[in-house]
Ligand binder design. Structure first.
Ligand SMILES: *Cc1c(COP(=O)(O)O)cnc(C)c1O
Length: 414
């Protein structure tokens, strides 16, 4: 067994961290260790000024002229092209639009309509709920005899057949942080003529992504998690250039029309990725998202990924050393294995323990029925924060502080 890292080891990790200066680029409250950046990313310091500039200069002074003069009309493409750099895609393959859920609907229906004669959408049990719900309801709205099939990840590939229209998976699992081998699954699907739709919500900004190199067909992702775009930030979608002409959005809004400002009666989809727009882009929210994406683009993705792994390894080792007596079980990959940037532990009283932690300034979240989830965001977390969080967790477990009645009350958002 390797010896446990000491306080001096942890300080040395922080001193050697090439990303340490990014912490001061975020507004973080005093006395808080924020381990939930995988659910709502922290506020970049530059974002309030960016949004204020759009409010006062572009909206207040520019008024409607800003659709042209401030580039509002092309903001979905501009920010999409920036996100493309984070996901390994070409600039014209990514666009910012709607929410992740709505983008799932658009791409599921588009894919099923193009895959004539095939009937199955294949996913895994325990995928993020909205993904399964959107597949179920997209299938219902098509009314064309499709069905949703679920296969566990260890046997998933064996369930891809000539009847599979679409494989729909979340690249990094929201509870366990298990990560799929994108290239291998995509190749297996293509061998059967199926398309693959990747949900990158827990991947983008946290792990390196190579959509083009993996021959990925379709993807969606979230703007408010590791991209720090703000609560309810617009999402993005990716359609490989080779598929763009053949796929059509089921939500043919005017912003996805080939010539929106000719105001013709008939729908004609725009030639490229813009056909997946629907209505008018939310410019204030896109500005906040762009600010978060810009900050990410200043950092090296390889360094982000390396620090993410190192934070996870330290966190897991310390929890296992200090909390093993208290019925805390690691969920998901062991230290060193491929994973996303959050770490989850199971405990029968996980909800109450998380409430006690939040009360003590360690903010993570809870995923029913028993998972305590800790997001490890490389841009603004220090190794010392992780070590301190484990001390507080061990203290809550040792003293059973979590048994207080106030910590048993379930709030609407967990
Ligand atoms: C966070 C998340 C979403 C969010 O969808 P919204 O439409 O923004 O609510 C979707 N899928 C996955 C896998 C997520 O983690």
């Amino acid at each position: 067994m390797t010896p446990l890292p000491t306080a001096a080891d942890v300080a040395a990790l922080d001193a050697a961290d090439p990303l340490r200066h990014f912490r001061e680029r975020f507004t973080l409250p005093e006395g808080v260790i924020y381990l939930d950046g995988n659910s709502l990313g922290a506020l970049p310091r530059q974002t309030p000024d960016r949004v204020a500039g759009v409010l006062h200069g572009e909206w207040g002074d520019g008024l409607i002229r800003s659709w042209n003069s401030a580039g509002w009309i092309s903001a979905p493409q501009r920010v999409g092209a920036k996100i493309a750099r984070l996901v390994g895609a070409a600039p014209h393959e990514v666009i910012v639009a709607d929410s992740t859920s709505v983008n799932l609907h658009k791409l599921i229906v588009a894919a099923l309509s193009a895959q004539r004669g095939r009937h199955v959408v294949l996913s895994e049990p325990g995928n993020f709920p909205t993904d399964l719900y959107m597949a179920e309801t997209a299938i219902g709205s098509l009314g064309a005899g499709h069905r949703l099939a679920l296969a566990p990840r260890d046997v998933l590939v064996a369930h891809i057949t000539r009847d599979t229209a679409l494989v729909m998976l979340t690249h990094v699992h929201y509870k366990t942080a298990d990560m799929y081998d994108m290239a291998a699954i995509t190749a297996a699907a293509h061998a059967q003529g199926a398309l693959v739709l990747w949900d990158l919500s827990h991947s983008v900004g946290a792990v390196p992504l190579q959509l083009s190199a993996c021959q990925a067909d379709l993807a969606v992702g979230c703007g408010y998690k590791f991209l720090n775009g703000g609560p309810g930030a617009p999402a993005f979608l990716y359609v490989a250039a080779r598929h763009q002409a053949a796929l059509q959005s089921p939500l043919g809004g005017w912003m996805g029309h080939a010539r929106p400002f000719e105001f013709v009666d008939g729908y004609e989809p725009a030639p490229g990725i813009a056909r997946f727009l629907c209505g008018t882009p939310p410019i204030l929210a896109v500005a906040a998202l762009e600010s978060g994406v810009d900050l990410h683009l200043e950092a090296d993705m390889g360094q982000i990924a390396a620090k993410s792994r190192a934070l996870a390894t330290l966190f897991i080792e310390l929890v296992e050393a200090h909390c093993h007596a208290y019925d805390v079980t690691l969920v998901g990959p062991p230290p060193g294995a491929p994973r996303g940037s959050h770490v989850s532990f199971r405990h029968p009283a996980g909800y109450a323990i998380m409430q006690a932690l939040i009360d003590r300034g360690v903010i993570g979240d809870f995923r029913a029925p028993d998972i305590m989830r800790f997001g490890l965001t490389p841009l603004y977390l220090r190794f010392a924060d992780v070590a301190r969080a484990v001390e507080i967790l061990a203290d809550v477990l040792r003293t059973e502080a979590w048994r207080a009645p106030a910590y048993q009350v379930r709030r609407a958002v967990t």
